[in-house]
Design a protein around this ligand. Structure first.
Ligand code: SF4
Length: 80
């Protein structure tokens, strides 16, 4: 629980594997401030979770049918 609080305070990284993403848009529905569909298949997203959006992004990551959304330290390592 404390770790979630620290991550939210620091600004948690999020990365979407766009090779894996199939444009199902569950993420855009569950966390529209972070994920936005551009056209029918292109996904745009904020690479740092904004304040107050952590739970929505966690739900989006769990709901993604192809597990394309990576959060936390793994996402930060992937972005380097
Ligand atoms: S839910 Fe997953 S597959 Fe669907 S648009 Fe978001 S990242 Fe892509």
């Amino acid at each position: 629980m404390w770790r979630w609080a620290v991550e939210e305070w620091l600004g948690l990284n999020v990365v979407v594997d766009l090779n894996r993403c199939q444009g199902y848009a569950q993420c855009a529905f569950l966390a529209p401030e972070v994920f936005t569909m551009h056209g029918e298949e292109s996904l745009l997203y904020h690479p740092v979770v904004p304040d107050g959006q952590l739970e929505q992004v966690r739900r989006a990551a769990v709901a993604c049918p192809v597990q394309a959304i990576v959060m936390g330290e793994e996402a930060g390592a992937g972005a380097r």
